[in-house]
Design a protein around this ligand. Structure first.
Ligand code: THU
Length: 166
């Protein structure tokens, strides 16, 4: 038996003022996206903004449904929208933030497992990493360069490839 340790790297910034210009701008768009959130059930509003290689920024927000699983997270709304309009343009970064109706989000909003899987697919599809910037209403801001830092041992396309049995 062997124990394999996997290292992930998370950048932490004390406040928005310590961020680089591109990160800050993308977070501002994620913040703007909050106004489009439809979250009557959770009362938890999430905004996301995707930066494409052509400079375009596509926003998305969570869209809930009375049949709960039919709703979709902000990250997937933004990524799927971006990929459906610009299928051949790489996604460089995604910023995420959230505001709850009855409390203050004091730590960064991190993407759920399904959204991580979708970010992983997008990286694989474009053969390029995506920077992920995460913020709450208060507290530190976190960023990672690539989904491997949020989703180690990811399931990806190559696992579906048939290999010859020996
Ligand atoms: N949600 C997102 O949109 N993104 C996340 O990263 C976490 C959760 C949404 C889904 C649901 O509408 C609400 O937040 C509460 O889970």
């Amino acid at each position: 038996m062997n124990i394999r340790k996997i290292q992930i790297q998370i950048e932490e910034y004390d406040d928005a003022g310590s961020l680089g210009k591109a990160d800050l701008s993308l977070l501002t768009h994620a913040q703007k996206a909050l106004s489009g959130s439809y979250a009557p059930y959770s009362e938890f509003h999430v905004g996301a903004a995707v930066l494409l290689e052509n400079g375009k920024i596509i926003q998305g927000s969570n869209q809930e449904n009375a049949a709960y699983p039919s709703g979709l997270c902000a990250e997937r709304v933004a990524i799927f929208h971006a990929q459906s309009i610009y299928p051949d343009v790489k996604v460089k970064a995604i910023a995420i933030t959230a505001e709850a109706e009855h409390f203050i989000t004091k730590s960064p909003v991190t993407p759920c497992g399904a959204c991580r899987q979708v970010i992983a697919e997008t990286e694989n599809r474009q053969n390029g990493k995506i920077r992920i910037i995460m913020k709450g209403q208060e507290g530190i801001i976190q960023a990672v360069n690539g989904i491997e830092h949020l989703l180690p041992l990811v399931f990806q396309e190559e696992k579906l490839k048939k290999s010859k049995r020996s």
